[in-house]
Write a protein that binds this ligand. Structure first.
Ligand SMILES: *Cc1c(COP(=O)(O)O)cnc(C)c1O
Length: 426
């Protein structure tokens, strides 16, 4: 009997979806092969339609901090599926998660659940604009905040901070509402505040930028961002969609000691289901409808299955001291990979932070901005990715995406993966 292949399925998918995918980075663009089609995911593993098993370091780009199909989460999800799918009314499930979050993360005084990280960011910007009566948003080059019109921008020409849209379909007038500046550069930041300060409603930042490589920021730089916000009356928004519940229970707020006005979450908060969240200072969140006049709504917001999956995931991580466990495992794993590269004299390095890692070419200094990313990153990654795939390791299929270690990645699995990656790199 003929067994279907990923190549055949991709040809079919190309007929029905742009690029054959429902989110661009899944497409293996530039990697000269069809993406692998999967049919099953469990723990640290993915199984393709060809019945090949892969150790998965993509983990759906972050949500699955316990790994795929965690037994405890699975049980809760099954229970919820048998209880209700969606209410469109008040219910006890979102209340429980909201109370857990507000009591565990004191800076989250009030919050609102939505269905994606993009939606959380979009809504937080609206609140910031309403609260300040200003229009401009400042973002950093190399940070990703979802596909919000306002934030799909890159540095433009002319005045420091000027932005141009980075996607077709975004009016120049919309892009002009955003100001862009590089990470890791206090002087440019100061200049931008000097040019636009009194018009900036909010500064949004990934406090641990992990969507364009892993660009770990200096604490002094983050402090400067907070200080300039304060001085200029601009709100500070931490976009913790990727770092929230990833680097620790209280995310980068805890790690940096900086208290932002608003924080956005996604990914882990839904335990693998579509959940986003924005929240922070009570007086700001009270501006949201129906208590205030900032309109924001969602038919499927606070979906009960996502609420249960999220709460079960977070409580389990807390119970197991999961963040500490993951940090140690990831340290050991990246040390092994680094040592393997060095021993074979391979021109590759591994950056890591908490349970995130990123493989790249050699760099004399820590990589903190997109300009510092070695120029051959695309080519370097392509070879490594394709060979790793052959050896049964699935990295996120893009040179600028980070790897995610989950609780399902045991030391044994990580040892095996490290050897496969080292061999692949050779
Ligand atoms: C993933 C991500 C988003 C977008 O979230 P979606 O759920 O994909 O809309 C926004 N900000 C950051 C920092 C992210 O990592």
């Amino acid at each position: 009997m003929h067994k279907v292949t990923s190549e055949e399925l991709f040809q079919r998918a190309l007929n029905v979806a742009p690029g054959g995918v429902h989110s661009p980075v899944r497409s293996f663009k530039g990697l000269d092969r069809a993406p692998v089609f999967f049919k099953k995911a469990e723990g640290a593993y993915l199984t393709s339609v060809e019945d090949k098993k892969y150790i998965d370091f993509c983990q759906s780009f972050g949500p699955l901090i316990l790994g795929h199909l965690d037994p405890e989460v699975k049980e809760e999800v099954h229970r919820m599926v048998d209880t209700a799918w969606t209410f469109g009314a008040t219910e006890i499930y979102s209340l429980e998660l909201a109370e857990w979050i507000t009591s565990t993360l004191p800076f989250m005084e009030k919050l609102r659940f939505v269905s994606s990280g993009t939606e959380a960011v979009m809504s937080a910007l609206r609140v910031a604009r309403a609260a300040t009566g200003r229009n401009k948003i400042l973002k950093f080059e190399g940070c990703y905040h979802g596909h919000v019109d306002n934030l799909l921008v890159k540095a433009g020409s002319g005045l420091a901070g000027a932005a141009a849209s980075s996607s077709a379909g975004i009016p120049a007038e919309v892009a002009a509402q955003t100001v862009v500046t590089p990470l890791d550069d206090e002087q440019k930041l100061q200049e931008v505040f000097h040019n636009f300060g009194k018009d900036i409603a909010a500064v949004i930042i990934e406090p641990l930028p992990a969507n364009y490589g892993l660009l770990v920021q200096r604490q002094e730089f983050l402090k400067k961002v907070a200080e300039l916000c304060e001085k200029n009356g601009s709100l500070l928004i931490f976009d913790e969609v990727i770092s929230g519940f990833r680097v620790g229970l209280q995310g980068m707020v805890e790690k940096t000691g900086i208290r932002p006005d608003l924080v956005t979450y996604g990914k882990i908060i839904g335990g693998g289901f579509p959940v986003g969240c924005y929240g922070g200072k009570k007086e700001l969140m009270n501006m949201v409808a129906p208590s205030g006049d900032v309109y924001q709504a969602g038919t499927l917001s606070a979906n009960p299955i996502g609420m249960r999956a999220g709460l079960t995931t977070l409580k389990k991580m807390q119970r197991l001291d999961g963040w500490n466990v993951l940090e140690k495992r990831t340290q050991k794993f990246t040390d092994t990979v680094r040592a393997g590269f060095a021993k074979k004299g391979l021109p590759l390095e591994v950056s890591h932070s908490a349970s995130l890692f990123w493989i790249h070419g050699p760099s004399k200094t820590p990589i903190r901005t997109i300009e510092q990313i070695p120029g051959n990153q695309g080519a370097t990654f392509k070879g490594l990715f394709l060979k790793s795939l052959e050896k049964g390791v699935y990295l996120a299929p893009n040179a600028y995406e980070v790897g995610f270690v989950s609780m399902a990645h045991t030391d044994e699995i990580l040892e095996q993966a490290a050897q496969a990656i080292i061999d692949a790199a050779e």
